[in-house]
Design a protein around this ligand. Structure first.
Ligand SMILES: Nc1nc2c(ncn2[C@@H]2O[C@H](COP(=O)(O)OP(=O)(O)O)[C@@H](O)[C@H]2O)c(=O)[nH]1
Ligand SMILES: [Mg+2]
Length: 327
């Protein structure tokens, strides 16, 4: 019997994710299929190699694969930022599940995806199992070269938009917030440099458990996101808001104050993946609303909010701010 092993250096599929395809579908990888080839498996591997010579597999994408989209315009990248376990991957799983079950993002119609397998894989984990439990997505690998870009083609105002949600493990963003040049935070750096907008996750559960430490971590990452933001939109997502009532009010107020100073005017939304009813505000409505808000901000960029410099002058021309600004 063929030995289940991959020939690609540094790849431990099936024990770990397939490096080549950046995901768990190692059986479709030419390097995996070639290993330990018996006669019949060699034939299969040839077929598989032919099948995988198409530029995409339905798995989530890596930056070097984005050329399959760029021929039809610039894809817009939405970076998910937040600590480890903040619910970023579960958010994506829930978003896809809601869309799959017929919920709509107003004025953004689903028109396809290059990463259906990737979406499906995460969404499956939210399906209720025979024993009544849900599994939740596996922890996102924290290797510096692990990328998972989830694609949606959406039709808006008669145009097709390619949207990519960039997920990564929270650890890499914490490392990046500590030191933006940390060699172990390559993917966080890529997401920060290339994203057109950010979903900034604030984990209600972490605030309950870690209080002041959670606040410090949130503020540190937020400050770093702000550092070279260049007007890119940020939507603040309070995740696991089913637990929101248990949070201590003074810490919540302090975090809200910090975030409104760091991201003035940013919209905040509370989400949860645990629904109480069929049209649960936190789950069914707000998860979609997060996507709608960030997409609308991408489609209609807001003017840069630059604090006006105070000008010391008696010159009325320099002091003039226009009739709107003078109110
Ligand atoms: N209470 C609560 N827990 C959640 C919710 N969503 C996710 N979780 C928990 O948070 C864990 C981490 O979520 P995950 O999406 O993997 O976080 P990530 O590291 O930011 O991608 C999951 O395994 C769940 O146990 C939620 O809406 N409410
Ligand atoms: Mg994750």
């Amino acid at each position: 019997m063929a030995k289940e092993r991959c020939t690609k250096e540094g790849c431990y599929a099936p024990k770990d994710f397939c490096l080549e395809l950046a995901g768990p579908l190692h059986e479709q990888c030419q390097f995996f299929a070639v290993s330990g080839a018996t006669e019949s498996s060699a034939k299969t591997s040839k077929k598989l190699a032919a099948a995988t010579s198409i530029p995409w597999t339905g798995e989530w994408l890596r930056p070097e694969q984005l050329e399959i989209l760029t021929h039809r315009g610039t894809p817009r990248i939405i970076g998910l930022v937040g600590s480890s376990g903040a619910g970023k991957t579960t958010y994506l799983a829930m978003l896809y599940s809601l869309l799959f079950n017929g919920r709509r993002i107003e004025n953004w119609d689903f028109a396809g995806s290059y990463t259906l397998n990737g979406w499906e894989l995460q969404a499956k984990t939210l399906q209720v199992q025979d024993d009544g439990t849900v599994r939740n997505p596996d922890a996102t690998p924290s290797e510096k070269d692990f990328y998972s870009l989830y694609h949606l083609a959406l039709r808006h105002d008669g145009f097709l938009h390619d949207i990519l949600f960039a997920d990564s493990s929270g650890e890499v963003f914490s490392k990046w917030a500590n030191n933006v040049n940390d060699p172990a935070a390559e993917n966080a750096r890529w997401i920060y440099d290339n994203a057109h907008a950010f979903l900034f996750f604030v984990d209600c559960e972490a605030i309950i458990g870690q209080r002041g430490r959670a606040r410090r971590d949130i503020v540190q990452v937020a400050e770093q996101v702000k550092s070279s933001l260049r007007g890119r939109p940020v939507v603040i997502v309070w995740s696991k808001a089913d637990l929101a009532k248990i949070m201590r009010e003074n810490i919540v107020d302090a975090i809200k104050r910090n975030l409104s100073e760091i991201f003035p005017g940013a919209i905040s939304l509370e989400i949860s993946n645990y629904s109480k009813s069929d049209s649960d505000q936190l789950c069914h409505i707000n998860n979609i609303c997060v996507a709608e808000t960030v997409l609308n901000l991408l489609a209609n960029p807001q003017p840069l909010r630059i604090a006006p410099a105070s000008i010391q002058a008696d010159d009325f021309f320099l002091l003039y701010r226009g009739s709107y600004g003078s109110k």
